[in-house]
Design a protein around this ligand. Structure first.
Ligand SMILES: Cc1cc2nc3c(=O)[nH]c(=O)nc-3n(C[C@H](O)[C@H](O)[C@H](O)COP(=O)(O)OP(=O)(O)OC[C@H]3O[C@@H](n4cnc5c(N)ncnc54)[C@H](O)[C@@H]3O)c2cc1C
Length: 295
């Protein structure tokens, strides 16, 4: 490993200044649970590492102007334990609680999970199902980008080299909604997802129709996917076994899983349909609507 410069700014402005510097290769580090592994395995060779873990304004979970905002350097443990998130959007604490083990969650941050851009990152499907946006800051500007549009491939995002991911935000969920985060791994802890995903639904006043449906899947395509075609097949339609099964078939057709050490593509495709059906039944169950769909 070659020598690199390491700095620990205390403010966002200071960090942005370093990101603008002319070093050949710069890397932001937060918890280091992904980055240190890459560094040790010589997958990256930075000249400058900018540690953002002590920037207080990058931390915290709060409500602002109808949105829930989470600072990028907020740890996964803080997210898993947040009373605000548990009340308004339990799928996100559930996703954070499923990452690694306690040591990883204590160090790992939501910004790191999102910016690392692993197709199997556990918080990303939950955030996509919540309609989250990423706030990206450079010295020149601040911009927002929908998370579902930020990924261009495994490990690849539209975050520019001079930009810092400062926060993630999503509209405060209104009315009564149901939702589930699901993760299939080889073990209960320290397991990278074979398939993960999240479903979030609202029903209309008659409680016979779905008003809004968000469906996101991870580990079954080069990036986390929002499956709008399956959403469209359910929205404004009667809640029925038949319609949920049809949507599950769309999910299976829209994903493009691979075979790897964890599972075959065929298994991932089949199990995705079943996980989706279960997630829909559980989400409806949370709203007091009982439906049983045989897989
Ligand atoms: C044993 C083990 C088990 C794991 N299990 C899981 C698991 O079950 N599920 C899962 O999803 N992940 C898992 N991970 C991966 C990892 O822990 C998470 O992705 C974690 O959230 C990364 O956060 P971090 O703060 O440590 O990121 P870092 O390692 O500090 O950074 C990760 C990447 O994000 C970039 N980055 C970080 N913060 C910012 C920012 N503010 N702005 C711009 N770029 C930024 C870094 O440059 C780097 O490219 C595991 C890792 C290990 C080692």
């Amino acid at each position: 490993m070659k020598k690199f410069k390491y700095i620990k700014p205390k403010t966002i402005e200071e960090a942005l200044g370093y990101l603008d510097e002319n070093a050949d290769e710069k890397k932001v580090i937060a918890g280091g649970t992904d980055l240190m592994v890459k560094l040790k395995n010589n997958k990256i060779d930075p000249d400058l590492i900018i540690d953002v873990s002590e920037i207080e304004s990058l931390k915290g979970i709060y409500r602002k102007d109808g949105f829930i905002v989470i600072g990028a350097a907020t740890t996964l443990t803080e997210i898993a334990e947040s009373p605000l998130l548990k009340e308004y959007c339990p799928i996100l604490p559930q996703a954070a609680a499923s990452v690694g083990a306690a040591q990883i969650r204590n160090r790992g941050t939501i910004g790191g999970n999102v910016a690392n851009a692993s197709p199997s990152a556990d918080t990303v499907p939950a955030l996509v199902a919540l309609g989250a946006e990423a706030t990206l800051m450079s010295r020149e500007q601040e911009r927002k980008i929908a998370l579902e549009e930020m990924y261009v491939g495994p490990g690849k995002t539209l975050i520019r080299p001079n930009e810092l991911l400062t926060s993630l935000s999503f509209p405060e969920p209104k009315g009564s909604w149901g939702g589930v985060f699901f993760k299939l791994g080889k073990r209960k802890a320290q397991a990278i997802s074979i398939v993960n995903g999240a479903v979030r639904i609202t029903v209309d006043d008659s409680r016979n129709r779905l008003k809004d449906v968000h469906i996101a899947f991870g580990a079954v395509a080069p990036t986390v996917l929002r499956i709008r075609e399956a959403e469209g097949s359910l929205m404004d339609r009667e809640i029925s076994c038949e319609n949920i099964k049809k949507a599950a078939e769309i999910v299976k057709n829209k994903i493009s899983p691979i075979t790897d050490v964890r599972a075959t593509a065929e298994y991932r495709r089949e199990v995705s349909g079943n996980l989706f059906i279960q997630a829909m039944c559980d989400s409806l169950g949370q709203l007091g609507i009982s439906i049983s769909v045989q897989c």
